[in-house]
Every structure is written in C-alpha cells, then in structure tokens.
Ligand binder design. Structure first.
Ligand SMILES: Nc1nc2c(c(=O)[nH]1)N[C@H]1C(S)=C(S)[C@@H](COP(=O)(O)OP(=O)(O)OC[C@H]3O[C@@H](n4cnc5c(N)ncnc54)[C@H](O)[C@@H]3O)O[C@H]1N2
Ligand code: MOO
Length: 413
C-alpha cells in the first residue's frame, strides 16, 4: 500500500514539533539532572547548556584597579609622584596621602587613598610636580563594581558561547558544569557507503555528516555512530546496544523509515516493545519520520527519532523532531526558532493542499529596501542538500496558506 503524508496517522507539523519537545523534556527528567551534567574545560563547553547557575566566586574586579594608564592621585593637585606600578608587579607604594601620586598602568591595583586616575593625556609636568584636571572617582574600577561575589551571573540553561566561556574565566572557572546529552546515530542502508566515491547503485552517506552538527547546535553531542545494513534483526540489536551501552537519551536512525521491504525501523521498534508516538508527519519533504519511546528494564528510556533516508527529507525531519527533542533534553531554547522570525513570503513559494511545506530560502531585501523577503533558493528536491547548503533558513508554509508572510526555521551556520 502506498503511504502518503495525508494518511490519517500523520501528525500535523506543529503538533509533531511540540510532541518532540515534550518527549525531550520527559526523557531528561527520567535520566535525572545529575546524570546528564558533567564538567568540561572552558574551551570544550561551547554550544552546551549550563547545568547550574554560573555564580561569581569572587568580586570583579577583585580589588580597586586603574582603568587608564596614567597616575593614581590623592587629593587636589599638584601631586608629588612617588614611583611607578605595573599590573602584575608587587606594589611599591600601598597608600597615598593628599598631594601624592603614583604612576600606574591600566589594570594595576591602585594604592589606598586613590581618588582618581589622571590619564597621561591630561597630565602636566612642572619640575617634579604633576598637575591636571580630574574629577574625583574618575578612571578607577572599584572592587566588585562589575560583579559581586555570590551573584548569579547567568542562569542554568544558558547556552555556552565564547562570551560565556570568557566570562567564566574572568570569574576564575577552569571548567563549566554543562548538560550536553549524548546522542547515538545509526545510519542504515545496504547501498550506503560511508567514505569515498559511491559506485553505480551506491549512495554516499549524507546523513552521518549532517546529524552531529545539528545535534551540537541543539546542545547535545553524538557519542556513538554506526552504519548498518538493511536488516531488521541487526537494527533491533543495534538499538538495544546503543541504549544499554551509552545510556543515550536520544537515538537517531537514518533511513528505513518508509514503507519498502528494507524499511525495518517500525518492526524493529515494535519487537523491542517501543511505543511509536509519532508515525509520519504531514510535511514535505520528510513525511516518513518517526518518534518513539524505547524502554528497557536495564537502562533509562530513550527517545528514538527516525529520519527518512533522502538527505533533504532527513534534514527537514531533523529540524522537526530531532532538534526540538535534543534542545529540550539539553534544557536549551530551540535554535531553529531563536530568534523567532516571520518575513515577507515571495510569490514563488506555493502552499500544498494537505502538508506543511519546508522550503529552502535565502533572505533578501525587498525592492523597496524594506522588510526582508524569503525567496526560494531552488535545488531542494528530497534527495539533495544543494538547496539548504546555500539557504539561510527553511520557510514553513502551512497547508493551503495564502498568508503574505512565512515563519522561518533557522539552519545552523
Ligand atoms: N511506497 C512508498 N515509498 C516511499 C514513500 C512512501 O510513502 N511510500 N516515501 C518516500 C519518501 S517521501 C521518502 S523520504 C523515502 C524515505 O525512505 P526511507 O526512510 O525508508 O529510507 P530508504 O528507503 O532507506 O532510502 C530512501 C532514499 O534515500 C537514500 N539514502 C538512504 N540513506 C541515505 C544516507 N545516509 N545518505 C544518503 N542517501 C541515503 C537511499 O539510497 C534512497 O534513495 O521513501 C520514499 N518511498
Ligand atoms: O520525505 Mo520524502 O520527502 O519526499 O523524500
């Protein structure tokens, strides 16, 4: 029997995404916050979500420091310069009395009694005397002025960016406790080659290189990846092993999701007693996608995401089910809708009667130079990633929609 996206069991696209998010959050709860968190070096934390609040363990700055190169001064000028201090050097002068100054470098601790720092550019010298106009309090960064000890600087769930790592370093952290759920990837297909030039009748695996990037973008990490033939029992064993050996909350299967004789994912899941929660989504491309809940007496449960074999269909399905599920499991915002944006719909973008269409688009300024227009890039047949490789986003076109705007699903960059 020919399956199609209009089959009664296909779920509406938006509902499928919500279900994926709910299942991702539930699987995280089942695994437990502690099990999903681990400490990594700052340079390795990029893209993960903070597992705990980032708390200041010291004041920033730790002492009063100079914010300009010049002279720390006390009282009204003229001042007598007592010496010079540089950042990192042992202080030669620890206190200033009115009328005294100390030549100082940006970042060096100022002596007690400092009222302001007179920058070189404003300093005048007459013999041994220093003078200049400076308002009290200028160019001194006071202890705790930026951040005070004990302050929650960023809440748990914040995505670690280069700025977050740098901020954590400023606070004295060497590593961060992050939640980056492990994900397993099984790529199926006898005809699929994982390296080199595909021969006649073969196809080069284009899902294996796509999924780790998407998973990382959503806050997870692919820790286990395997290529399997088109065999029901082999797929069942691999699913059970992936769950038992990696305790991954999310397992992704590429291919084997449709109705052909080699498409074994449903039967393998049924034999393992999994609950198939989403069986087909009313979208194009990517309708033969699947979401299942796999339990085992020996390991915590896993969400299984089945992606169609055609690479663009797999990408559309991954943005529909995989990314929302992983982001929720990672306690992160869904990057496909962050920031949520609608823009003007090019007249070339057509709606489908029953299915939500996902159209690879580039954003360009409209003719009046006003709001951006989502224009199709083309080359987005289900088997080809050429379109998305040069697209900014996928435009989401609901069935029969005649709206002049479309919502965007961002692609990772
Ligand atoms: N009778 C029906 N046939 C098909 C339907 C249907 O509803 N009824 N749906 C079509 C749609 S839509 C899609 S998408 C595919 C999904 O197929 P599967 O998920 O079962 O995947 P396969 O059959 O294994 O492969 C489909 C296609 O993709 C190529 N492929 C597979 N894996 C990879 C990979 N890792 N990298 C690159 N290309 C891959 C494979 O060689 C096939 O050409 O089913 C349609 N059929
Ligand atoms: O999901 Mo299939 O969309 O048409 O290749």
């Amino acid at each position: 029997m020919m399956m199609s996206a209009s089959d009664s069991h296909s779920l509406a696209w938006a509902a499928a995404r919500s279900t994926a998010r709910e299942l991702g959050a539930t699987v995280a709860q089942e695994h437990g916050d502690q099990k999903l968190a681990h400490t990594v070096a700052l340079a390795q934390a990029h893209g993960a979500a903070l597992a705990t609040d980032l708390v200041a363990t010291s004041d920033v700055p730790t002492v009063d420091t100079a914010a300009m190169d010049g002279y720390a001064v006390c009282g009204a000028g003229p001042w007598t310069v007592l010496g010079r201090t540089l950042a990192g050097a042992a202080p030669t002068v620890t206190a200033l009395a009115p009328g005294q100054a100390l030549e100082i470098a940006t970042g060096a601790p100022v002596p007690h009694g400092t009222e302001s720092v007179l920058p070189y550019e404003q300093a005048e010298h007459a013999g041994d005397d220093l003078s200049g106009n400076i308002a009290p309090g200028r160019h001194v960064r006071r202890r705790g002025e930026d951040i005070t000890v004990g302050q929650i600087v960023l809440p748990a769930g914040t995505q670690v960016t280069p700025s977050v790592s740098g901020l954590a370093a400023s606070l004295g952290y060497d590593g961060l406790e992050v939640r980056r759920p492990p994900v397993c990837l099984l790529v199926t297909g006898d005809e699929v080659r994982t390296s080199g030039q595909p021969g006649p009748g073969e196809v080069r695996d284009a899902i294996g290189p796509v999924v780790p990037g998407l998973v990382g973008w959503a806050g997870g990490t692919v820790t286990w990846q395997q290529h399997l033939g088109d065999d029901d029992a082999e797929l069942g064993r691999a699913l059970a092993r992936a769950q038992a050996e990696t305790a991954a909350p999310v397992i992704v299967v590429g291919g084997a999701s449709s109705a052909g004789p080699a498409d074994h994912l449903r039967s393998a899941l049924q034999k393992l007693g999994a609950d198939i929660v989403v069986d087909g989504v009313a979208c194009r491309p990517g309708h033969p996608q699947l979401l299942a809940w796999l339990t085992s007496p020996l390991s915590p449960p896993s969400v299984v995401v089945g992606l169609p074999g055609n690479p663009y269909a797999a990408l559309g399905a991954a943005l529909t089910l995989l990314v929302p599920a992983v982001a929720a499991c990672a306690n992160r915002v869904d990057p496909t809708r962050s920031p949520a944006l609608s823009c003007v719909r090019s007249t070339e973008i057509r709606a489908h009667d029953r299915d939500t269409r996902l159209v690879a688009v580039r954003l360009r300024a409209d003719e009046a130079g006003q709001a951006p227009v989502a224009a199709p890039v083309g080359h987005d047949r289900p088997a080809s990633l050429w379109g998305t490789a040069s697209a900014d986003a996928l435009a989401v076109v609901p069935p029969r929609s005649s709206h002049s705007t479309v919502d965007l699903l961002w692609l990772p960059r």
